[in-house]
Design a protein around this ligand. Structure first.
Ligand code: ZN
Length: 595
């Protein structure tokens, strides 16, 4: 039971939370001992009962102004599991804000608000040990337990620490470095005597350079750390910490290694990454190819998506900077040549391939990449793999590649070779020249255009497969009729009962209760949240939940059911987080019916 920590926003493993003390503290935060005299902006809220190694300690009474660190036995990084187990402390249940000192092996089983990673400095600097330790502790404890790494934060590493899943840090390392004459910034650790001028304008750095001493340096270091945390919190609120960390991790090799190692913990990050975000995704480096959002989209397109237009030719076209693609000048020109006679799939780095029905989904409509006109070997490799997997199960009678030379054509030739299929290339020089567009139109001669109804139905069904699971398009929307004008489509059944609407901003379906009932009655596994017998209005809080499907992610449409109510809403937590949390909003309800 964690009563004093609540998570409000999630951005992959990073989260914005709140220590609900007498004075609330927004995390990720800089915390220190209650009686510390460190200069700068710290929350002095930690009260350490001390180590149990020398003498048996009393559990202090504690109070709501502070986090009582229960008597502990810390172990350095790398302590063998048997040793840590043999000496592990049994933490008592207390009803004041409390913290337990843990190792990766002993992290489970306490009910404190905060886990303190013992021997944290021993992990920092070693990418794999650090990532293994942080992910192990986070996975062993309830989602609403804060993670504190003492003695490690600097202005340079703190964004990466938070990205990995750390909620609390302290100023100790920044202080020690200052007393050693190291002036810390987000990109460097300068020797103070090497600085002709101070690259900062915090209060400490207002001191004239000739009077600036190590005491000022300590104060500056703490200010710089606090400022970086403010930036990190802003990034989490905006859902854009990853973009920042991709750049910031470059400032130090161990941070780059840590960040890449973390990307290899796909399951850990995937479970914690929202399905949709308000913010655009900036794909500025090769590291972007490994982002959960990119990998997840490629997986959904190749595993769940069913090509329903594959009784007609396929036209592969290059992506456009403007999103959705169909709004761009170039895609309008392709469309004028194609005239709904073929299925259009856009090729793009870093997303892979985007079938026309999914152009509104996240992140197809929400990414921004650096266009150099040249593809790297990794980009070619990635997009080739996705295109090949996409085509493996499709039965298009003809594949037309209306793509420019650089990169795109290499990929098409590679995939054509590998699948033993023939591609027709229609571009001479550039895809939008009159010649190229003429070739494209000529290639489609003899094919009829498919009706608008077919287009709209296939869009609803494709989004349903992508969003709810393989088969959902046919099972939930078998007797389908559509109303409204694309992209604002409504899906209705044969009797005119509304089942869902297509939300233009994210290209996902918002189900009605009638739509949700069809999901429950279908063979497609339902993402369901089981609740106590009450009728939720507005939102469902975590304590009211008795069970939740494993595969629910933030942003998912979920069925909410209990003895007193049936409804549908949008998940604000992952399924595992709903089950383990004792605080916080789990689902925002959209429709609810009393039973
Ligand atoms: Zn400063």
């Amino acid at each position: 039971m964690t009563d004093y920590f609540e998570v409000h926003e999630r951005d992959s493993a990073a989260r914005l939370g709140e220590l609900r003390l007498a004075e609330s503290v927004t995390t990720p935060a800089l915390v220190d001992d209650v009686d510390a005299d460190t200069p700068g902006a710290c929350h002095r809220v930690l009260d350490d009962a001390g180590s149990d190694w020398a003498t048996e300690r009393e559990v202090p009474a504690g109070d709501e102004s502070r986090i009582t660190v229960l008597p502990h036995r810390g172990f350095p990084a790398g302590t063998p599991e048997e040793v840590a187990d043999a000496f592990a402390v049994d933490y008592p249940d207390v009803d004041v804000p409390s913290a337990a000192v843990v190792s990766p092996d002993t992290a489970a089983g306490h009910s404190c608000d905060v886990s303190v990673l013992a021997g944290a400095p021993g992990y920092v600097g070693h990418a794999s040990a650090f990532v293994d330790a942080v992910t192990a502790v986070r996975e062993a404890t309830p989602a609403d337990t804060a993670l504190y790494l003492p003695g490690v934060a600097t202005p340079r590493n703190v964004a990466t620490l938070v990205y990995a899943g750390v909620d609390l840090v302290d100023p100790h390392r920044a202080v020690v470095r200052g007393t050693e004459g190291r002036y810390l910034t987000t990109d460097e650790a300068y020797f103070l005597e090497d600085l002709d001028e101070l690259p900062c304008s915090c209060p400490a750095c207002q001191t004239p350079r000739e009077d600036f001493d190590r005491e000022d340096c300590v104060e500056h270091n703490v200010n710089a750390l606090a400022a970086e945390l403010r930036r990190v919190r802003r990034r989490i609120r905006d859902g854009r910490l990853r973009d920042y960390v991709e750049g910031q991790a470059r400032q130090d090799n161990w941070l780059t290694a840590t960040f890449r190692r973390l990307d290899q913990q796909y399951g850990y990050l995937e479970e914690r990454t929202p399905l949709i975000r308000r913010a655009d995704l900036s794909a500025a480096s090769e590291d972007s190819l490994r982002r959960v959002e990119i990998q997840r989209f490629a997986e959904l397109v190749t595993d769940r998506y069913v090509p329903r237009f594959d009784d007609r030719p396929l036209v592969l076209v290059p992506c456009s900077a403007r999103k959705p693609y169909s709004d761009s000048q170039s895609h309008k020109q392709y469309h004028d040549a194609i005239k709904w006679r073929a299925h259009v799939v856009s090729m793009t780095s870093p997303i892979g391939v985007v079938p026309q029905e999914l152009e509104l989904t996240y992140p197809a409509q929400h990414y921004d990449s650096v266009v150099t006109g040249r593809w790297t070997a990794n980009e070619i490799e990635f997009v080739s793999r996705v295109l090949e997997r996409y085509l493996e199960d499709a039965e298009y009678p003809e594949i037309i590649a209306h793509v420019p030379g650089e990169g795109y054509r290499d990929i098409c030739e590679r995939v054509a070779d590998s699948l033993g299929r023939e591609f027709t290339f229609t571009v001479t020089d550039h895809p939008t020249t009159a010649d190229s567009l003429g070739n494209l139109a000529a290639e489609l001669e003899g094919w009829d255009r498919y009706p608008k109804r077919e287009r709209e139905h296939n869009t609803i069904r494709a989004v349903a497969d992508y969003q709810f699971g393989a088969g959902a398009g046919d099972e939930l929307f078998d007797d389908l009729s559509t109303a409204g004008r694309y992209p604002q489509l409504r899906a209705e059944d044969g009797d005119g009962t509304q089942l869902a609407t297509l939300a233009q901003q994210y290209g996902v379906l918002s189900l009605t209760t009638a739509g949700a009932r069809r999901w429950v009655e279908s063979d497609v596994p339902t993402k369901a949240v089981d609740i106590e017998p009450f009728v939720p209005h507005g939102s469902v809080l975590a304590p009211g939940i008795t069970d939740a499907s494993d595969d629910i992610r933030v942003g998912d449409d979920v069925v909410v059911r209990g003895d007193a109510a049936f409804g549908v809403g949008r998940a604000e937590m992952s399924g595992p987080e709903m089950r383990s949390s004792t605080r916080g909003i789990a689902v925002q309800m959209r429709h609810v019916e009393e039973r």
